[in-house]
Design a protein around this ligand. Structure first.
Ligand SMILES: [Zn+2]
Length: 192
C-alpha cells in the first residue's frame, strides 16, 4: 500500500479496467479525489453531472462518477463507510482565510493537487469540485445549510473505484481541520 503523508497529495495514471483502493488507516481522515481523462485532460470529473444524473447528493456502492462530457469515469465498487461528499471544493489557503479566519493560512488540498498535477500541465484553475472521500457533510433539507462533521470512517475503512476510462488521478490527505476532526493523518492507496 502506498502512503500519502498528512497534508500532502499525489497524482498518478489509472488505466481503464484498473481499480484504485483508498484506505483511511487511522480513522476520521478525508481524501480528496479528482480525475481527468488522459486522452483529453479537458475532460474532468463533474460533481454537477453526477449529482444531476443520480438525483441524489450522496453516492452509494455501484454508483458512477461522470465527467463534464457525461461519460462515466469511475464506478464505486466497494465501500465500507457509505458517506462521502461531492459538493465542496478542495480546501485551500483561501478556505482557511475565509472560513477559519486564519491570518497566515497554511496550504491545503488545492495547493497539493496543483503541485501534484503540474507534470500533466494542469493548473490550479482547472481543479474542479473533488469527490471528497470519507468527508461527512450534514445538509439541512429545508434551508440547505451545510455542517461539516467528523468522518464516519474508522481505522482500515476503504473505498474501491473501478476505472471506466484511462485517467489521471489526483489524491490527497486532506488538510482542513474541521473535515478531519482536527487531526491530520495519512491516507493509504493502491492500484490493482
Ligand atoms: Zn482538504
Amino acid at each position: 500500500m502506498k502512503v500519502i503523508p498528512p497534508r500532502e497529495g499525489v497524482a498518478f495514471a489509472l488505466r481503464k479496467g484498473q481499480r484504485l483502493i483508498v484506505v483511511d488507516p487511522e480513522g476520521e481522515q478525508v481524501s480528496d479525489l479528482v480525475a481527468y481523462s488522459s486522452a483529453d485532460l479537458e475532460e474532468v470529473i463533474s460533481s454537477g453531472r453526477t449529482l444531476d444524473y443520480l438525483s441524489r447528493l450522496f453516492l452509494r456502492l455501484g454508483d458512477p462518477i461522470y465527467s463534464n462530457r457525461s461519460r462515466v469515469m469511475l464506478r464505486i465498487e466497494e465501500d465500507t463507510v457509505g458517506r462521502h461528499d461531492f459538493l465542496l471544493t478542495p480546501c485551500s489557503a483561501d478556505t482557511f482565510r475565509i472560513i477559519y479566519g486564519h491570518t497566515e493560512p497554511h496550504g491545503g488540498c488545492h495547493g497539493n493537487l496543483t503541485q501534484a498535477l503540474a507534470p500533466w500541465g494542469i493548473s490550479g484553475d482547472r481543479i474542479p469540485v473533488a469527490f471528497n472521500i470519507f468527508m461527512h457533510v450534514r445538509i439541512d433539507g429545508e434551508s440547505g445549510e451545510l455542517k461539516v462533521l467528523p468522518p464516519k470512517s474508522r481505522a482500515g475503512d476503504r473505498i474501491v473505484f473501478h476505472a471506466e476510462m484511462d485517467l489521471v488521478i489526483g489524491l490527497t490527505a486532506c488538510s482542513a481541520e474541521q473535515s478531519n476532526n482536527y487531526t491530520f493523518k495519512p491516507i493509504h492507496y493502491d492500484i490493482f
